[in-house]
Design a protein around this ligand. Sequence first.
Ligand code: ZN
Length: 427
Amino acid sequence: MSILIKGGRIIDPSQGIDQKGNVLIENGKIKSFPKTTKKFESDKKVKVIDAKGKVISPGFVDIHVHLREPGFEHKENISTGCKSAAAGGFTTIVCMPNTNPVNDNASVTEYIFLKARTEGIVNVFPIGAITKGQKGESLAQIGEMYEAGCVGVSDDGMPVMNSKVLRHAMEYVQAFDIPVISHAEDVNLSGAGVMNEGEVSTQLGLAGIPCASEDIIVSRDITVAELTGARLHICHVSTAGSVRLIRAAKKRGVKVTAEATPHHFILTDNAVKQYDTNAKMNPPLRSETDRLAVIEGLKDDTLDAIATDHAPHSEDEKKVEFDLAPFGIVGLETALPLSLKLVEDGELSLERVISKLTNVPSDILNLGKGTLKEGSAADVVIFDPEKEIIVDKNQFHSKAKNSPFDGWKLKGSIEHTIVNGKVIYSS
Ligand SMILES: [Zn+2]
C-alpha cells in the first residue's frame, strides 16, 4: 500500500524544508515529494490523506522514556508505552534501563528488542545501564549491550556518584561512540527532599531538593567529560545553574548535549501548592527564574532537545501523601501541545520546536531517524498546530494517568502517526 499525504505544510528541519507540498510513501519508505497528485489520487492502491491546514513532519523522537518493562508492568509495558508514543506523534522512543531486572546486560537488551518487535508499534531503542544493577559500583556489560543495540548508557533515576567509576565509563564508551547520559543529582544533598527547595517548600513544610544538587553533578560530569574526551548528554535540565554550566562547557568545546522536558519549561513549583502528587518529579519543578533560564537554554541551543521523561506510575501509587508518592509523570501524549506553547509565546519558531523533537535528538544518539529524506523509513506525523484540545487523562493510551496537565486546554492535535509507511494512529 502506498500513501499520499496531500497538501500540507511540510516541515523537515533535517533538510531545511518548510514548504507546502505532498509526500508520497511507498514500500514503507519516503518515495518523493510529488508536485502534482492527480495520478496517485485515481490509483486505488494509494491511500490519500488530506493534510490541508496541517503540518507534515518527521515522526517525533523521544530519547527519554521509561517503558517499565520488564518488572513494573502494572505501571506501563512496551506495548502500552508504544501506543502512548504513537498517540503523541512519536515514532521513535528510547527507553531507560531502570527496569527489573535492570538493563545492564545483553540478555535484557535482547528481551526489550524482542518485545518491541512483536508488541511495539513504534521504533524502540534501549539505553543500557552504566553500572551493574545501577548501583554505581562496577561497570555494566557495556560492550555487550552496545553489540545488542543499546544506543547509550545511563543510570537514569540515579547518578553515578563515584567519579572514578564515571571516569571509567566515559573512557570505555568512546570505543563505541555512544554518550554517557547523566541524571545529574547529588543524592546526598537531595537527601529526603521531595520538591524544589525554596519559598514554596518552606510554606508547605516539605523537604526541599536544592538546585545545587543538580548543578554540582552537572559541573562534575562536564569536568569528567573534559578529562576523558567522552560524549556526555545531560537529562532533564531544570536549573538556571545547569544551563549556565552547559553553555560555558559548549563554548569551550566540551562534547556535551542536553535536553529539557515540557514540564520544566511550562510549570514551576507553584504547581505543588495543592499537594498534587502529579506535580512531583525528579528533578523537581523549579522557580520561575529557572523555568525562564531553561527556555533561554532552548532558544540558544544550550539545551539541544526536548524529551519527555515519560515516567508512568499507577494511580494507587500516586494516591498517597506527597512525601510518599513516587517521582515522575507521563509525558508522551502532551509533549507536542506543551511544546507548541513555546511557539505561541514567541520563544521558538515552529521549525525549531520540531527540530528539537526530531533530527536533533536522533543525532544525539545516532539513531538515523527524524528525517523525511527520500529513501528513509516513512516515519511521519501529521498534526494540526491550531486545533484546540482538552487534555483528558482517561483518554491516554498509556496505562498511567499521572499528568499534572489533565483538563488543560491546549493547541496542537496529532492527526496521524505513520511508522515504516503504516498508519499506526489516527485521532
Ligand atoms: Zn532522571
